[in-house]
Design a protein around this ligand. Structure first.
Ligand code: SF4
Length: 369
């Protein structure tokens, strides 16, 4: 079933036509298909004819051409960008440019509209999850590219590595680059994940880096897959329309939530929990400003160091030594007095972050006007 979509009309027709030859125990599979069980060999031609009649007999089941995608912005309020739209675009690339791969079931492509993973993006050789980026003062839909995941058998799996984030419109070019490179440089019989392991994540980062360049974004890059062209000028910071969210504002909101969680913990005398929520608020707020400057944030350690470098050392935020401030958590017992002092410092820091973000947003808006 392409992208797991089946109408109730088709479902009822299938039940009607197939009930005499398949078991009642039909299952929905993890790759968005239907498993029809206990078909006698002599009935297979009939089953195929029924499926064909309903356009459900395309070649390439469970292959690279059979992409799994969550609903994304079609129907999910949490989605950041379209997953079904890019899935259709990638299926076109496979069908038109790599038809010999239609029967390749070593490589799976899985796509989620956000990092929540309903589309299982981290369990695929090639995975994508929806995200956003900023260019020219506006938000554009983006894809986080992940490589090297999948099922390895015997109940074991491997989680894909995050490699790079690119504008969503460049998703097809990402796929082309990966497959051409694999065709050109993969060894005979080498499976994709073995190729990924041999070359290493950095190799693929370098391979795809030109596609992440925001220096040459076009108007189209601000319009997500499957959206009407007329939305092009309406998509931007604060323009919801179920298409993209303001990631920075969301991260700041989450930092505020950490403050609330900390206060709740303090109210129950859970000082260690409250201190940890406070620590998380520091990191979350710092991450928001770093992402706003297009600085990648992969680890908490990296966020703390990068914030020191890009905001404190440059004088954009005056908070003393940020690293020492945040990592006080490692120097103190989780006492009430430390919890309250640390929380007050986190609030002061957050206030500065908010003021900085607001000033920047107003300056950008002024420049646009
Ligand atoms: S992965 Fe995200 S966008 Fe997709 S269905 Fe789950 S929550 Fe929604």
């Amino acid at each position: 079933m392409p992208l797991g979509n089946i109408s109730s009309v088709t479902s009822r027709a299938l039940i009607e036509q197939l009930r005499p030859v398949v078991s009642d125990d039909t299952r929905v599979t993890v790759n968005q298909g239907l498993l029809l069980k206990f078909i006698k060999p002599e009935h297979l031609p009939y089953v195929f004819a029924v499926l064909d009649e309903h356009n459900l007999a395309a070649a390439g089941f469970d292959s690279i051409a059979d992409i799994t995608a969550c609903p994304g912005t079609d129907t999910c309020n949490l989605a950041i960008s379209s997953s079904t739209g890019i899935a259709a675009a990638l299926e076109d690339v496979i069908a038109n440019e790599f038809p010999d791969l239609v029967y390749n079931n070593d490589i799976k492509i899985k796509i989620s509209g956000c990092m929540n993973s309903c589309g299982q993006h981290s369990m695929a050789q090639i995975g994508f999850h929806g995200s956003s980026m900023k260019a020219a003062g506006k938000v554009l839909p983006a894809l986080q590219v992940l490589l090297g995941g999948g099922v390895v058998g015997d109940g074991e799996g491997r989680v894909a590595d995050k490699v790079i984030k690119v504008p969503s419109r460049r998703g097809p070019d990402v796929l082309r680059s990966l497959l051409h490179d694999y065709e050109a440089n993969g060894e005979k019989g080498e499976l994709f994940n073995a190729y990924f392991d041999r070359k290493g994540e950095r190799y693929f980062y370098d391979l795809l880096k030109p596609l992440a360049d925001l220096g040459a974004v076009k108007d189209d890059d601000f319009v997500d897959w499957g959206q009407a062209q007329t939305f092009a000028t309406a998509i931007g910071v604060g323009e919801c329309a179920g298409v993209v969210i303001d990631l920075i504002a969301t991260l700041l909101f989450e930092a505020e939530e950490k403050h609330e969680l900390a206060l709740e913990a303090f109210g129950n005398s859970q000082w260690a929990d409250g201190i940890y929520h406070t620590y998380s608020s520091f990191v979350q707020a710092a991450k928001a400003l770093l992402l706003d400057e297009n600085i990648n944030c992969n680890t908490q350690h990296g966020i703390i160091n990068d914030f020191e470098k890009h905001f404190v050392e440059t004088g954009k935020i005056s908070i003393g030594n940020f690293k020492t401030l945040v990592l006080q958590i490692n120097q103190h017992e989780p006492t009430e007095s430390f919890a309250k002092q640390y929380f007050a410092q986190a609030q002061a820091f957050y206030k500065q972050v908010q003021q900085y973000r607001q000033a920047k947003t107003e300056a950008t808006a002024g420049a646009t006007v």
